[in-house]
Design a binder for this molecule. Sequence first.
Ligand SMILES: Cc1ncc(C[n+]2csc(CCOP(=O)(O)OP(=O)(O)O)c2C)c(N)n1
Length: 706
Amino acid sequence: MKAVLNGRDAPVFEGLQRDELLAVYRVMLLSRKLDDKEIQLKNQSQIFFQISGAGHEAVLAAAGLTLRSGYDWFFPYYRDRTLCLQLGVTPYEMLLAAVGAKDDPASGGRQMPSHWGHTAFNIVSGSSPTGTQVLHAVGNAEAGVIYSRVAQIPDRELKSHPDELTYVSLGEGATSEGEFWEALNSACTKHLPVLFLVEDNGYAISVPVEVQTPGGDISRLVRSFPGLHVDSIDGTDFFASLRAMREATDYVRTRKGPAFVHARVIRPYSHSLSDDEKLYKPPLEREAEARRDPIARFSEFLKKDGVATAEDLAVISAGVEREVNEAALKALAAPKPAKSSAMLWLYSPDVDPSSAAFDTPAHPEGKPDTMVAAINRTLKDEMARDARIVVFGEDVADCSKKEALPIVPGKGGVFKLTHGLQRLYGDDRVFNAPLAEANIVGRAVGMATRKLKPVVEIQFFDYIWPAMMQIRDEMTMMRYRSGNTWSCPMVIRVPIGGYLRGGGPYHSQSGESIFAHCPGVRIAYPSNAIDAAGLLRTSIRCDDPVLFLEHKHLYRQTYNKGEYPGKEFMIPFGRAKLRREGDHVLVVTWGALVQRSLLAAQQAEKDHISVAVLDLRTIVPYDWDAIAAHVARTNRIVIAHEDQVMCGFGAELAARVAGELFEHLDAPVRRVGALNCPVAYNPDLEEAILPQSADVLKAIRETAKY
Ligand SMILES: Cc1ncc(C[n+]2csc(CCOP(=O)(O)OP(=O)(O)O)c2C)c(N)n1
């Protein structure tokens, strides 16, 4: 290593003086010794999981010197202990996570250790699915750009910096995930200030890189991405890493585009304590790795180049050891979360969308109009009220080609729900996304953690599944897993359902029960235009993630039209609406089955069966009190929904009615729903598969007979 001399004739290496070099050594050693301590504690069953950053220290120490804590944004993965130490997370805080302590700043004992999170340093809560964080980083960087461009956002100058960047790291194995490629795609198409660091230790558990990556070299593959700065380095070499990180961060800070650093590192401690690499890694390879140990390499340099003596390093080591031991003792004594806290922070503790604050009167105006018009108008009004709202998804913009916008009518969604929004609010707030559903939801999660309010569209419910990981493991869990330190309030609008006469298996699906099974999301499912306006406004103004299900068949019906209820009209979640009074049988329903149930009720009237029809309107939360009150009166209940009977949401309701209202029941609980098969294309088949009025009527008659 070549040194230059500073003013006092002391050697300076890559601009770092002796004390800075020793600080680098110290942080690498601290990181390693924390891993060693955790391994010891795990072997003593004092902690419950360990995953190490061993072998990754040098490149992360270099990253720590170039990135700015609390200024830049961070999406580190589980091997990034050295970086997090430099950002300011203390050994004590790290060990609080290991013991699952109440005051662990990352999660309050809810997430595994080394899944970093710290609001003071802009370290956003990390999950465990490999690669999901990369899309959050893109959304986060995008949020910074939006803050810098949308003048109407209050205090926006406090929310981003002109030269900030968003750091995200992952292993080489995780680059096989589609979300990694979806993230690179958007970072490059939008020239976002993202710094990707791939820490390539050659293995993903036991799978070697050549099985993950064609040619075994991820940087070679990504070199063709336009505008992406790409570097490939030995990440066990601190100075090579420092040069690379400086170049990459400069590139991003000066807004030339995103950067990608591929650092080859080692993994001396197997994948985790549950893995033994001797089972699949040949001895020669392990020996070669050991020779590249970054801490050994750096200490050799310090001694060889006269920066420190062996004794100096021993003093540092003893100090580190002391610090780690003290931190461990303190963490082991730290209070644990109370068992009674298990259900806290699934949802916002501050904003309750089922409260009276969301019960505001309608001020109807204009002629009755469709659900499409109601939703479009609500979006327009809400976007005018809150400049933090951004709308994106497939085809949602009027026209991506800006220069053509004045001369074309504009698309505004395949169902036209977002028509005119781009024209009104500009393309920083309304834009098309690539055809990639995880990309849409993942970016929205990243934006929402930075306090924008994304209202995104998934084009058809049938295509929500690529985003399922982002919904189930990220969006719904962010608040819970971070102990209420991070959250991602956002809205996903999704056209759902069938009765299209030709929609076929992939444009007709239902499946709200699948999402009701994901604690942390709210689900609205309006059956008419006025409810759609009121529930959408509540969805946007509430502080939780909301799945807003819009039935395609209900979009343009005449029977569910309504006058626009005004700019402040909201309907609280969890408040069902009685659509029809009746004394003999209660039909509980929602979505497209509301109208079908009303028709069935009319028919039943002819048989002198008086039927009440209760429209749930929201699935999570649902209005149990209303169901219970009506069952106490009718003593008979039919649950009718469009989704398959098997494991439909009616199963949950039926079980609860049977369990809690048994004394009131004079007849078995009946369910009406689709056959247990996909919705076929041929209209006759579709009719046979989806529940019809006649099916509801049959269930009403059978129930009334008891
Ligand atoms: C989506 C997903 N699939 C599988 C796993 C289980 N898993 C945890 S880490 C890991 C390997 C990750 O390898 P790599 O990305 O190379 O990072 P490394 O651990 O080697 O640093 C796997 C398969 C997971 N956490 N998430």
